[in-house]
Design a protein around this ligand. Structure first.
Ligand code: PEP
Ligand code: MN
Length: 297
């Protein structure tokens, strides 16, 4: 629905489609969905997930996981099946990487999220990970959506880089319609004409989605900007926009990272970043004590 405002898109969803995505709409449930993740709940707690783009080897991953745990993250990330533009680039460690993720969870007590690309790997992913990520390039991989609809684990559904809110919500609808309502949305930037950032982080989608859906929504400041120097401001802005959490790429030696080098936030600076995120969350939470929200058209 190019050229349409978010309200028109919402109306499009509600009125023109043969089937509106009924299960994801807030107006049909009247309450927000909480999605458990380790000791936290998306939708109730502000959930910070961090870790390298890819699991590269056991010792560096475990060292990173320990430091992130000490800094106070709520969960760990790490890709083992990587969606790479070139078939000659590092593709991820696969099953070996899943074992490393499970070891990190065992050692830190933190839940782990990892991307699955192939419907045939969903069962394997569920054996090791606490949450299954559907990447931007697979948001409309319908067989994959149907597969994760049948699992008992939460799903992190990233926005397709060319997807409208209506398309994104319909992708989530596939998962809910198949019986799994533990879905968390993740805004990760969209393709625009702007080329100074990797993608354009669409922060206005955060409050726009909140008006329509009961599903929690987190923001990925790493893939959206593609540059570590832009990560902190976008983290803080995402909190102010009402996000339920963040997914941040962190590496102990960004310059040596095997994937997405320029956007890896340096591990040694991460404690300062998460402190600023938590302080911003605390500030925004004080707004809840303000008089009732004005109703705007
Ligand atoms: C990722 O989070 O590892 C990833 C590949 O992100 P995206 O699907 O948003 O590009
Ligand atoms: Mn990455």
């Amino acid at each position: 629905m190019p050229g349409m405002g978010i309200r028109e898109q919402a109306e499009e969803i509600e009125m023109s489609m043969a089937h509106e995505p009924e299960r994801v709409l807030l107006k049909n449930t009247g309450h927000r969905t909480l999605v458990p993740f380790g000791a936290r709940k998306f939708g109730e707690d502000f959930v910070v997930i961090a870790g390298p783009c890819s699991v590269e080897d056991a010792s560096s991953y475990l060292e990173t996981a320990r430091a992130l745990r000490a800094a106070g993250v709520d969960g760990l990330r790490g890709g083992v099946f990587k969606p790479r533009t070139s078939p000659y680039d590092f593709q991820g460690l696969g099953r070996e990487g899943l074992k490393i993720l499970a070891d990190a969870r065992e050692e830190t007590g933190l839940p782990v999220v990892t991307e699955i690309m192939d419907p045939r790997d969903v069962e394997l992913g569920c054996e090791y990970a606490d949450m299954i990520q559907i990447g931007s390039r697979n948001m409309q991989n319908f067989p994959l959506l149907r597969e994760v609809a049948g699992i008992q684990k939460p799903v992190l559904l990233k926005r397709g880089m060319q997807a409208t809110l209506a398309e994104w919500l319909n992708a989530a609808e596939y998962v809910l319609a198949g019986g799994n309502n533990q879905v968390v949305l993740c805004e990760r930037g969209i393709r625009t004409f702007e080329s100074s950032t990797r993608f354009s982080l669409d922060l206005s989608i955060v409050p726009a989605a909140r008006e329509l859906t009961h599903l929690p929504l987190i923001v990925d400041p790493s893939h959206s900007t593609g540059r570590s120097s832009l990560v902190e401001p976008m983290c803080l802005a995402a909190v102010a926009a009402g996000a339920d959490g963040l997914l941040i790429e962190v590496h102990r030696r960004p310059a040596e990272a095997l994937t997405d080098r320029l956007q890896q936030y340096p591990l040694d600076l991460f404690p300062r970043l998460i402190d600023r995120i938590r302080r911003t969350v605390a500030l925004v939470e004080t707004f809840a004590q303000d008089p009732a929200e004005p109703r705007l058209p």
